[in-house]
Design a protein. Structure first.
Length: 192
């Protein structure tokens, strides 16, 4: 009696279909995110060479949309790729204002695709808390930039104390944030 290959082929096609769908889902989620950032008043259109003109055309906006960069990894080890999507906060109106990278984490959980659009704020707060645990109090602002995604989200940070000038944060270093157990490891160095 011949055994049918149909169940094996069906499972293989389902697996392929799920993995292929992830790229499409990532694109759909990033397009929705870009639209939300704009409609929520967080990010305007890309900056132009003339800051005054840009600010006149885009009242209420400070940062401009940049090309979205991405990193993919199966950080929660469920066999489905997860992604970190981010872009730098580019000041379009002039001056010295800077901000953390805008970011969205897209991950799978029990076969469902979920997003964390507050990942940057979460990491900033974790860094402030960790600095306080090390006796570095009075940090009022943390700016982060993403560098990698593996088992953890990796990046650099700068932290401003209450007496720091806008140009010159007192502290900076690197971080590794684990989005599964919400732990963070920072390596701090005093800025010179």
């Amino acid at each position: 009696m011949k055994k049918s290959l149909l169940p094996i082929l069906t499972i293989g096609l389902m697996t392929y279909g799920c993995n292929a769908q992830t790229s499409t889902d990532f694109k759909t989620e990033t397009e929705k995110w870009k639209k939300e950032l704009h409609l929520n008043g967080e990010v305007g259109p890309p900056c132009s060479d003339n800051a005054y003109e840009w600010s006149e055309k885009n009242k209420g906006y400070y940062f401009g949309m940049q090309e979205i960069q991405s990193m993919e990894s199966d950080f929660n080890k469920d066999g489905v790729k997860d992604g970190l999507f981010y872009f730098p906060a580019q000041n379009c109106v002039g001056g010295s204002g800077i901000g953390s990278d805008f970011a969205m984490l897209v991950y799978s959980n029990d076969g469902e695709l979920l997003t964390n659009k507050n990942i940057t704020k979460t990491i900033e707060q974790k860094i402030k808390g960790t600095l306080a645990e090390k006796g570095l109090y009075g940090v009022y602002k943390v700016i982060i930039n993403y560098k990698g995604l593996g088992k953890t989200i990796i990046g650099k940070y700068n932290a401003w104390g209450e007496k720091d000038a806008n140009c010159c944060p007192s502290f900076g270093g690197t971080f590794e944030y684990n989005p599964v157990d919400f732990s963070i490891i920072i390596e701090n160095k005093k800025n010179i």
